[in-house]
Each structure stands twice: as structure tokens, then as C-alpha cells.
Design a protein around this ligand. Structure first.
Ligand code: 13P
Length: 252
């Protein structure tokens, strides 16, 4: 069944004490919510994942990683493997965030390998994609998104999609304060669902959760989440404040 998800991508923010304090704040702020069929995920930095898991224990908060290397192990200084994540009980990992694509040269073919590694290890991926401003301005956004999906996901099997969440994050809306309008988000999400349907079938497409990310705030979350093909959000800046994150969760 398609799930509603609100996921916080903390990026390179929060030390250990701040991580624990923010989780405490989120726990308190969402305690009374029923959260039926809604998952709440946070993704602190690698170094604080263990502390976060401990702090989030016995709560409705799941802890995810922000990235993972595709190799099993070896001489990849500074990298983290699936086995390492599994060994501390991480079950979900963000793959292909635009900042990884842009600043760390993660290409579609690397992301295809990362997806293979995530899925082969029984982990769940939150797979991110989205066009840049110039690509939208030149009306290429659908073609760009289609090729990102094709290049990183089309070699997979339909059955893999039970472990995949999609996240449409237009690069021009990330951290800019500029959000895609609810109509722009719906239009792209419907296109993504259609693209997945054509390749993997209607059942897969109907069941996959597609999140929107890019300047989601308490003030605009409800309207974006009201769209039929928007199943939740991947939240950056606003996930760093317990009250704002909780308000966004309430909006779903
Ligand atoms: P902002 O919510 O800060 O725009 O970031 C979105 C994002 O990149 C989530 O992955």
C-alpha cells in the first residue's frame, strides 16, 4: 500500500548533542499524533546515526542514512557501506540527492550501482531526482526527470519497488525558499507515476510513494500534500526545527 511519508534530510547539520536534542523535541511534538499510515523519518549525519537510533528508540521516528557507497568494502577512504549501516540497524538510505550529484559527482550510472547495492542488501532507498532551473526554463524538465529515472532505475525488477521511495526535488526549489507550486508538483508526480507505470506496471506505480522536496515549510505543506500524487515530503531546512517538522507532519 502506498504510504504517506515525511522525511527530514538534516544534511551536514547538528553535532551529537544537537542531534539528541532535536530528536527529543520531535518526539515531544509528535507524541499525540496518531500517524496512521504515515511514516516519520529523519536522516542525521553518519557520525550521529547510532546516537540517533538510540534516542529515537521506542518512538515513531525512523532513522535513515543520507548516502551509502556501492561497494561491499575496500579502499574507499571516507565512505560507508551497506553492511556498516545494517550493523547499526539502519534500514533506509537516501540515494541520489542533488547535492550528491552536484558536489560529489554522482552520475546516473553510479546511482544505478548504488540502487543495486541498497536493494541487494535488503535496505530501502529514498531515490531523489529533479531538474535544474535552466532545464525547467527550457521546458526540458520532463525529459530530464524521465532520463534520471530510466538511467538509475529501469534495470531493476518490479518487485524491487517495495523497497523504493521516490523523491522529486527540483534543484531550483532546494534551500532557495522558492517552492514548486502544488500544481507543478502534482504535474511532475503524475508524470513520474505514469513513467513508472509504463515500465513496471500500474500496481507498482499505484503503490510507490512519491515525495516532494524543495522549501517545504509549515505554511505550504498542507497545500502541496493535498495533491493526489504527492505522498509526503523530503524536508531540508524545516526539518531542523522540531516545531516546524511536527507542523509539516501534521499537515499530511
Ligand atoms: P529544503 O527543504 O531546505 O529546501 O531542502 C530540501 C532537500 O534538499 C531535502 O532533501
Amino acid at each position: 500500500m502506498r504510504q504517506k511519508i515525511v522525511a527530514g534530510n538534516w544534511k551536514m547539520n547538528n553535532d551529537k548533542a544537537e542531534t539528541k536534542a532535536l530528536i527529543k523535541g520531535i518526539k515531544k511534538a509528535i507524541k499525540k499524533l496518531s500517524l496512521k499510515n504515515t511514516r516519520v523519518i529523519i536522516s542525521p549525519s553518519y557520525i550521529n546515526l547510532s546516537a540517533a537510533i538510540k534516542k529515537a528508540d521506542n518512538s515513531k521516528i525512523e532513522v535513515a542514512a543520507q548516502n551509502m557507497h556501492q561497494a561491499k568494502n575496500g579502499a574507499y577512504t571516507g565512505e560507508i557501506s551497506a553492511d556498516m549501516l545494517k550493523s547499526i540497524n539502519i534500514e533506509t538510505v537516501i540515494i541520489g540527492h542533488s547535492e550528491r550529484r552536484e558536489y560529489f559527482n554522482e552520475t546516473d550510472s553510479i546511482l544505478a550501482e548504488k540502487m543495486d547495492a541498497v536493494l541487494a542488501n535488503g535496505l530501502e532507498a529514498i531515490f531523489c531526482f529533479g531538474e535544474k532551473l535552466e532545464e525547467r526554463k527550457s521546458d526540458n524538465h520532463f525529459a530530464v526527470v524521465e532520463s534520471q529515472l530510466k538511467n538509475a532505475l529501469f534495470h531493476l525488477e518490479a518487485a524491487n519497488f517495495k523497497n523504493i521511495v521516490l523523491a522529486y526535488e527540483p534543484v531550483w526549489a532546494i534551500g532557495t525558499g522558492e517552492t514548486a507550486s502544488p500544481e507543478q508538483a502534482q504535474e511532475m508526480h503524475a508524470f513520474v507515476r505514469e513513467t513508472i507505470s509504463k515500465k513496471f506496471g500500474k500496481e507498482v506505480a499505484d503503490n510507490v510513494s512519491i515525495l516532494y522536496g524543495g522549501s517545504v515549510k509549515p505554511a505550504n505543506a498542507e497545500e502541496i500534500f493535498s495533491k493526489p500524487d504527492v505522498d509526503g515530503g523530503l524536508i531540508g531546512g524545516a526539518s531542523l526545527k522540531a516545531e516546524d517538522f511536527a507542523a509539516i507532519i501534521k499537515a499530511i
